[in-house]
Design a protein around this ligand. Structure first.
Ligand code: GAL
Length: 251
């Protein structure tokens, strides 16, 4: 057998037997309306270095402002909805853009006010991927902050739930991500029709979803690490401290 043929057999064997493609197409979805665009240049520079460096990543920005120009940044017009809709309607915004994600293998969503500080690699590539919230993962901390209002579709009952997940970073295969976005959108709309807003908005619905469809990959708080906290985890993706009121004021 000639050398090229041997190489072909080795490579096809590797491709068939590995779950993760050697180069996957990955979308990073970021909602950045109003002042949140200020975070984009540094977020994207840090993602260029640390976010899945061995894969083909595209950053999708949902915004009413300017985005850093680059061949792997796609701007999608999104007007401000006001607090808390800018955060809570993210699932709907992502789902409505699903045509754009047709050719992608994986989708991840991250808050705009985050910064990659270490390599985030293949360990995050799974069907459904959740990140343990930094405020609820250590023995001395409270166990969770689930929605407890029985009238909300996000309600989690006392006997349910093992982990509390952060709304700042999650993802999965494109199919699973869009299924999650669709179901959470439906639930959020049902709640709105009953004048209900779950206490942590999209994060509450994400937590309900992850009880019904458990993550196949559970990431530690390394992937949503508040920059001013001191936790016994490596820092990989920082959640930056900001003045919430300044950013949340309505247009
Ligand atoms: C806070 C965070 C909120 C929400 C909350 C849950 O630290 O800023 O977005 O996740 O924890 O208790």
């Amino acid at each position: 057998m000639n050398k090229k043929l041997v190489l072909f057999f080795i490579l096809s064997h590797v491709c068939i037997h590995s779950d993760v493609k050697p180069r996957a197409k990955v979308g990073l979805l970021v909602m950045a309306t109003g002042k949140y665009t200020l975070f984009l240049p540094e977020l994207f520079a840090s993602a260029d270095t640390y976010f899945l460096p061995n894969h083909d990543c595209t950053y999708f920005v949902f915004t009413d402002g300017q985005v850093p120009l680059s061949d792997h940044v796609i701007r999608i017009e999104q007007k401000r909805l006001g607090w808390p809709y800018d955060t809570m309607m993210r699932f709907k915004v992502y789902y409505d853009a699903r045509e754009q994600f047709k050719d992608f293998d994986y989708l991840f969503a991250c808050d705009a006010d985050m910064l990659f500080v270490d390599t985030v690699g293949d360990e995050i590539l799974g069907e459904r991927v959740g990140t343990q919230h930094p405020g609820f993962s250590l023995p001395h901390q409270r166990k969770d902050d689930y929605e407890r209002n029985g009238a909300s579709t996000a309600c989690v009952h006392e006997a349910e739930g093992q982990y509390y997940f952060a709304g700042g970073f999650y993802g999965g295969s494109t199919q699973e991500f869009l299924r999650m976005a669709f179901i959470c959108t439906q639930n959020i709309i049902i709640d709105l029709n009953h004048n209900i807003i779950a206490q942590w908005h999209d994060e509450s619905h994400l937590n309900r979803y992850f009880i019904d469809y458990p993550p196949t990959v559970i990431l530690s708080p390394s992937y949503c690490y508040p920059d001013l906290w001191d936790l016994p985890f490596d820092k990989k993706l920082l959640a930056l401290t900001k003045n919430h009121n300044e950013f949340r004021s309505n247009p």
